[in-house]
Write a protein that binds this ligand. Structure first.
Ligand code: ADP
Ligand code: ZN
Length: 732
């Protein structure tokens, strides 16, 4: 018999309980007499034969008649701080905006682990009643350790008293030590805001004062901290964090790639004397539960995380910082589709708290908001310590082509040689993993393609495999053509980082060369290890994909060569130019920090492209201004609004028919247009056929509501999925 069965009769209160499942709203449950609940409380409820943890979302009017015999009862209330009203409001907002079921948004907040129940509190031990019958030297040490009254978990106690675990266990069994419940996060030392900051220069001091003021004002504001790479933005926003901590609030810092922030963490610890709470996908389930609990209890003072950290139920969030706010990885494209930077601004607004967006190259949307006076700009114009921005030049690959089968142009080679002569470090940037993006049969022209995606297989020679970068499908590198059987006829087309490393090795056999890409940087430890070796100058030349663009500092790195600066420019992506500019600017920023001037060489076939001229003439303002005008002219975001509908399914005909039905029932109004259906740029992905429709509307239109009504007009057949992407970033 379950607890709920015992309370089946008798009158009681009714509540709606939201469960972290694909459900748009909560289910009604009866509140048994012995339980008291209020909205926000975590409760366990029976659901088709199992127990599920959810959140009390609403109290329902008790005057209304209901058949209590049909209603299941709440099993128990979990002893956790209630989810704050502002957080529930936020989840509802995100659900309505992204058209995701509220239960799925809740799921991001309570997670899979949490849904099975809260973390178990630890049990610590203190001195209890019964003195032990026999007192050994070892037992004596334990007794004198616990004499201070502080509870300890057995393992810590044994370690502190320098005895074996069995000694502690013996005292527990004897009743000498008695258990007390400890919060799950015991032992965490919080960051100390009162420690001194680094000595800030004049510009930094002024910027820090402005941000401190915003952080302490107790109301909603959006500040944009803009400054070139190396200007000291991190040190400056640390001051705003210090202010929020001083006022007793929690702080959230969102970073794009949490695994790559060893240097950031070191600086945080140097400033605040303790580590922040980390939240990312690599946490173990028990670390996850502990961190979640610490956030909900308000014990975690500063949380640093990837985008999902935004959905934690903060007890008292008082400041949000979004570092590298322009970074595309803030957009989540699976499950609940959302832009974490935009949603962070919403969270700040709902909570009436300040938010700081940080970037060297703010997103165009952000720039437009600054110009409109909605956001407040705080500017750091110079690199710290008088370091100069690197000198950026373009190599016209039409005039200076590399030799056949080579990827380094003569001008870049000359620059590399002189840099080596000076004993400094080099970085070559190529945003392509593996050895070659394509394998081709020289006899019959066959190309290795993924069976489940419209994509070529990428050759990973070091691993001896061909791999699809969209679904992970792999096969061993074929020795003969799978189509015509021609022996040794498969050839690699185009360069990846491995192939570039091969060229560098053959040209400069004495250089110590390393590759940095997501294929070998599989853990934060691997990243920290490689960064350490570069810092100690055990590496002369680093070849990397976009993961090298993130904020690492290498004082001896004075030359950055961009192998294919045009790589991001192709494709119909609205933000292609903007993103290429941001990425290349960020990569360029790796060159010449400290007191050594840096040089950046861009290999390009279109040196006249606005992105290239913006970089080589250091005229970011001009470039951004022209991009803004182009978007304004075309009515594109942020001047207009977009929503994408993606229809996908294994059955090509049913999928296409659903897309056509949606086109027929498309909303019609003067301020909006619907395009498509067109095959998605990846018409086949993980075995699913895909069609896209695009809605473009003026800013006056409530796009979410319009799309919601539109999707209601078509019921897709089973196994055909229709998904909305409000404010799409990816045009795959
Ligand atoms: P950004 O984020 O703008 O690229 P960082 O905050 O990473 O710049 O700072 C660049 C480098 O300069 C870092 O190594 C940082 O420690 C150093 N730095 C910045 N400001 C100061 C300061 N006031 N005193 C000492 N070092 C500083
Ligand atoms: Zn694939």
């Amino acid at each position: 018999m379950t607890i709920s069965d015992m309370f089946e009769d008798g009158r009681g209160e009714r509540v709606s309980v939201l469960l972290p499942l694909r459900l748009a709203r909560g289910f009604d449950y009866r509140v048994p007499d012995r339980v008291m609940v209020k909205p926000g409380d975590y409760v366990t409820v029976p659901l088709s034969g199992r127990m599920v943890t959810g959140v009390v979302w609403d109290t329902l009017s008790s005057s209304e008649e209901f058949d209590s015999s049909k209603l299941k009862s709440i099993a128990e209330r979990i002893d956790l701080p209630a989810m704050p009203p502002v957080h529930r409001k936020f989840l509802e907002w995100v659900s309505a905006y992204t058209l995701s079921p509220l239960g799925m948004v809740l799921r991001m907040s309570v997670g899979r682990g949490m849904a099975n129940g809260p973390p178990k509190p630890k049990v610590g031990y203190v001195l209890g009643g019964a003195p032990p019958e026999r007192v050994t030297r070892a037992r004596e040490r334990v007794l004198s350790t616990v004499a201070d009254g502080r509870p300890r978990i057995p393992l810590d106690l044994a370690r502190e008293a320098a005895v074996g675990p069995s000694v502690v266990k013996g005292l527990i069994d004897a009743g000498t030590l008695i258990p007390v419940e400890l919060p799950a996060y015991l032992g965490t030392l919080g960051p100390d805001w009162s420690r001194p900051s680094l000595e800030l220069n004049e510009g930094q001091t002024a910027a820090a004062a402005e941000l401190r003021h915003k952080a302490g004002a107790g109301r909603y504001s959006v500040s944009v901290l803009e400054g070139v790479t190396g200007s000291g933005k991190t040190e400056v926003y640390f001051e705003a964090i210090a202010r929020a901590l001083e006022l007793g609030h929690q702080v959230l810092v969102l970073l794009p790639e949490i695994g790559l922030t060893a240097q950031w963490l070191e600086r945080f610890k140097a400033r605040f004397g303790a580590a922040p709470e980390l939240w990312h996908s690599d946490l173990t389930p028990s670390q996850r539960k502990r961190a979640w609990r610490a956030v909900a209890d308000g014990v975690a003072r500063v949380v640093v995380g990837a985008r999902s950290a935004l959905f934690l139920p903060y007890a008292d969030l008082g400041l949000i910082v979004v570092d590298e706010e322009h970074d595309p990885s803030f957009k989540q494209d699976e499950g609940v589709i959302y832009q974490a930077r935009d949603m962070a601004v919403v969270r700040a607004s709902l909570g009436e708290i300040p938010i700081i967006l940080v970037s060297a190259t703010p997103a165009l949307e952000t720039v437009v908001n600054v110009r409109a006076g909605r956001y407040h700009r705080v500017h750091l114009p110079n690199r710290f310590g008088g370091a100069k921005l690197p000198d950026i030049t373009a190599v016209d690959m039409r005039a200076h082509p590399p030799e056949r089968g080579s990827w380094l142009s003569p001008p870049l080679l000359t620059t590399i040689e002189s840099n080596i002569a000076d004993g400094e470090q080099i970085m070559l940037f190529l945003n392509r993993r593996g050895y070659a993006p394509l394998s081709l049969c020289r006899t019959c022209g066959h190309r290795l393609q993924c069976p489940d995606c419209s994509a070529w297989l990428v050759e990973h020679r070091r691993r001896g495999r061909s791999q699809c970068h969209h679904c992970g499908y792999t096969l061993p590198l074929p020795s003969k053509c799978p189509e015509c059987g021609g022996a040794d006829s498969m050839v690699a087309c185009g360069p990846g980082v491995e192939r570039l490393a091969e060229e560098v090795d053959s040209r400069f056999p004495d250089l110590r060369v390393e590759i940095m890409s997501s294929d070998n940087m599989t853990s934060p430890r691997a990243v920290a290890d490689l960064i350490g070796r570069v810092e100690r100058h055990e590496v002369d030349l680093l070849i990397g994909t976009q993961i090298v663009a993130k904020g690492h500092h290498f004082p001896l790195l004075t030359l950055v060569g961009v192998i294919d600066a045009d790589l991001g420019l192709t494709g119909g992506d609205l933000r292609a130019a903007e993103r290429t500019y941001q990425l290349l600017f960020q990569v360029a920023g790796r060159a010449g920090r400290a007191d050594r001037p840096g040089r950046v060489v861009l290999q390009t076939y279109v040196p006249e492209h606005p992105v290239m001229t913006a970089l080589t003439s250091s005229d970011p303002e001009g470039f951004v201004a022209r991009e803004i005008e182009a978007r304004r002219g075309a009515g594109m975001p942020p001047f207009g609004r977009l929503a994408a509908i993606i229809v996908s399914g294994h059955d090509p005909s049913k999928t296409h028919k659903t897309a056509q039905a949606l086109a027929r029932s498309a909303p019609q109004a003067a301020e909006l247009q619907v395009f498509g259906p067109a095959p998605a740029p990846l018409p086949l992905l993980r075995g699913r056929h895909r069609w896209r429709l695009l809605l473009k509307a003026s800013r006056s239109i409530d796009v979410s509501e319009t799309v919601r009504r539109w999707l209601d007009t078509v019921t897709p057949p089973p196994k055909v999925q229709v998904r909305a992407d409000i404010d799409p970033y990816s045009f795959l």
